[in-house]
Design a protein around this ligand. Structure first.
Ligand SMILES: Cc1ncc(C[n+]2csc(CCOP(=O)(O)OP(=O)(O)O)c2C)c(N)n1
Ligand code: SF4
Ligand SMILES: [Mg+2]
Length: 352
């Protein structure tokens, strides 16, 4: 008997909350995607359930919950070391309602690859009756841009059928806000301090999603939990493709970004409205396609907001808005504009 957590029937009154659902191997059921958030929440239990100790206002659990609405089931989750892992599995408790594994910081993609290979072998020898068992990795930016990139690149190159979801809070948050390859230029972190010598981090964010496009895997996309329908659809696509898929989800962190707890979703909206974090997807067949709000902005350029709108609500960029740092702010704006213009040229659905 296998544990299955997303029920095919809505939760009924009087039922114990977050009960694990069981079903027999060999049972074949597809769960059609519903795009009414209330209906989704009523019909599906998320993979991550209450009781975790992630900070109030943290976007990471929202990424996971939304993503899990698109899981087909059965699904195995692999979690790299980081806030999501340590705060959801404090021994002897767990907030995960699906089979879940943590290995080491750097090898989440290798662990996912191994699980997928084992599933294949079990199917081949007739020992696994399911048509598909999906493997989904969640990893932070430190575990992806820096320490996990070797395992991730290997997973992509070998063609493992795994969906890798990067929740990018733009620093090593769990260990005290150290800069990573995903930290944007001029952001304050404890290892890229702001003072009379340095104006925060000296380097731009690594283009991780484009690096995954360069692997020519079946599916790559960017997403935020503020654009929830877009995120859910992309996760489902990433699961359904045959082969590796990568989703880069921006995930605000009130501790590290220095913002109020209640504005996480607003900040992520601003990240897209300023084109700091454009929403797109890529497949080998279609190339780059803008999605959701970014497609709207491409069609109506007057909707594009200045980068200040993203920066002004975060303490980590406070110094950039001082008059003496006008030149740095312009540098960042020019960089965001150049990356956006480049994306408009590459996206086949951008107006010409
Ligand atoms: C090999 C190894 N190096 C360092 C650490 C210490 N460590 C644990 S979590 C973490 C930061 C994780 O950062 P990120 O991947 O961005 O996830 P976040 O905490 O931001 O969610 C570090 C450095 C470790 N566990 N293993
Ligand atoms: S430190 Fe940041 S990423 Fe970690 S749980 Fe708190 S808000 Fe979330
Ligand atoms: Mg991080």
């Amino acid at each position: 008997m296998v544990v299955k957590t997303i029920p095919e029937i809505p939760v009924k009154k009087g039922e114990p909350p977050y009960k694990l659902w069981m079903f027999e191997p060999g049972e074949k059921k597809e769960f059609p995607l519903v795009f009414n958030l209330r209906q989704l929440a009523e019909q599906r239990r998320p993979a991550l359930i209450p009781g975790h100790r992630l900070c109030a206002g943290c976007a990471a659990p929202i990424v996971v919950k939304l993503a899990s609405f698109a899981f087909r089931g059965p699904t195995v989750v692999v979690n790299a070391t980081g806030c999501l892992e340590v705060s959801t599995t404090i021994y002897p408790y767990t907030s995960w309602a699906v089979p879940w594994i943590h290995n080491a910081f750097e090898n989440a993609a290798a662990t996912g690859s191994g699980i997928e290979a084992a599933i294949k072998a079990l199917k081949k020898t007739g020992r696994l009756k399911y048509e598909h068992v999906d493997v989904v990795v969640f990893a932070g930016d430190g575990g992806t841009y820096d320490i996990g990139i070797q395992a991730l690149s290997g997973m992509a190159e070998r063609g493992h059928d795994v969906l890798y979801i990067l929740y990018d809070n733009e620093a090593y948050m769990n260990t005290g806000i150290q800069r990573s390859g995903g930290t944007p230029k001029f952001a304050w972190t404890t290892t890229s301090p702001v003072g009379s010598v340095l104006p925060g981090k000296g380097e731009h964010k690594k283009p991780i999603a484009d690096i995954m496009v360069a692997h020519r895997i079946p599916y790559v996309a960017t997403a935020t939990p503020a654009h929830w329908m877009d995120l859910i659809k992309k996760v489902r696509k990433g699961i359904e493709v045959n082969g590796p898929a990568f989703i880069h989800a921006l995930s605000s962190c009130n501790r590290g970004w220095r913002h109020e707890e209640g504005i996480s979703i607003e900040i992520l909206r601003r990240a897209v409205d300023t084109c700091y974090f454009p929403l797109w997807e890529w497949t080998p067949e279609t190339g780059y396609l803008l999605t959701d709000r970014s497609l709207v902005i491409a069609r109506n350029p007057s909707l594009k907001q200045p980068i200040d709108k993203f920066l002004e609500v975060q303490g980590r960029f406070r110094h950039l808005l001082r008059p003496e740092n006008k030149e740095l702010l312009k540098q960042l704006q020019d960089y965001v504009d150049a990356v956006w213009e480049d994306l408009l040229k590459r996206a086949s659905n951008a107006p010409r």
